[in-house]
Design a protein around this ligand. Structure first.
Ligand code: HEC
Length: 272
């Protein structure tokens, strides 16, 4: 029993021990885990999600990218919408590439994690007086277009203050916590069983999950934000639904993106 517990908590939470937050140590252990299960996969390839592991579907992925990807038009529209709604007038978005790189971050004054989508919503509201959705449509197009301006740059989420560390720990706890009818955690599929088959799917590694967001999914026939995907996985876990942009999701995103620090942001956002 003791052995089992040690194995399970090695990447997750050390229950009961008041350990100090060390993001870089967490990240190294995270990357090290994937290196140990897939020694032949290059670190940089983790931007390709499941296609980094599965040669069969990789071919199809590359063919799609070589042609005109199905999200091309939506991306153009996102750029036009960015202009049309005057989003460059907001300080936080005036340099789109910098905006992608600066999010998510911990806002000391507000005491909460701010996501890129949160900033887009706020700016859109200031400029137009209207509200924007959180999962698809405009927000996904605009956020994708902004992200594309930073393609090739590396994710570098900073977790520095005590408040930031507390948010990070909460997000990490959520990621490793078992929930739902199947009593599973995000890590059960995307860390411990990454590369293995779950029904018709091969499970992608959590490392790199945030490099191509918002993603295009053939199943959605469109773009969706990272939180849309979180919601989909919670549903598959038969867990209680949580709305996009709620604090637990923003905290989980903070942890999730920090684990991909050092990986390049990519515009290859196609997934099955
Ligand atoms: C029962 C297994 C399972 C669990 C548990 C699970 N997922 Fe997933 N998830 C999948 C499958 C299957 C896919 C689609 C194939 C893939 O990319 O892994 C997926 C896809 C994803 C993707 C998109 C990956 C990409 O490259 O675009 C993200 C992000 C994600 N899951 C996050 C989560 C988070 C966060 C949790 C916990 C709330 C979670 N998942 C729990 C099975 C699971």
């Amino acid at each position: 029993m003791k052995k089992l517990i040690t194995a399970v908590v090695s990447l997750g939470l050390i229950v009961g021990a008041a350990s100090a937050t060390d993001v870089d140590a967490d990240r190294k252990a995270f990357v090290g885990h994937f290196k140990s299960i897939k020694p032949n996969v290059d670190f940089a390839d983790y931007t390709n999600g499941v296609y980094a592991f599965d040669e069969g579907s990789r071919e199809q992925f590359e063919e799609i990218l070589d042609g005109i990807p199905p999200y091309e038009e939506a991306l153009e529209k996102g750029g036009a919408e960015f202009e049309k709604f005057g989003l460059a007038k907001c300080d936080a978005l005036k340099d789109p590439a910098a905006a992608r790189l600066a999010h998510p971050y911990y806002d000391e004054k507000a005491g909460t994690v701010v996501t890129l989508e949160g900033t887009i919503q706020k700016c859109y509201n200031e400029q137009t007086g209207k509200k924007m959705g959180t999962m698809k449509g405009k927000i996904a197009r605009i956020s994708s277009w902004i992200s594309d301006q930073a393609a090739g740059e590396k994710i570098n989420v900073k977790v520095e203050s005590e408040g930031a560390k507390a948010a990070y720990e909460e997000g990490k706890a959520f990621f490793y916590a078992k929930r739902g009818q199947f009593n599973m955690s995000c890590a059960d599929c995307h860390v411990y069983n990454a590369g293995k088959k779950a029904r018709a799917d091969i499970l992608s590694p959590a490392l790199g999950h945030t490099t191509h967001v918002p993603m295009y999914r053939a199943k959605w026939a469109g773009l969706g934000t990272l939180h849309r995907r979180y919601g989909g996985c919670l549903k598959n876990m038969r867990a209680k639904p949580i709305k996009a942009q709620k604090e637990v999701y923003r905290n989980m995103e903070f942890y999730h993106q920090a684990m991909s620090n050092g990986l390049e942001i990519t515009d290859a956002r196609y997934r099955k």
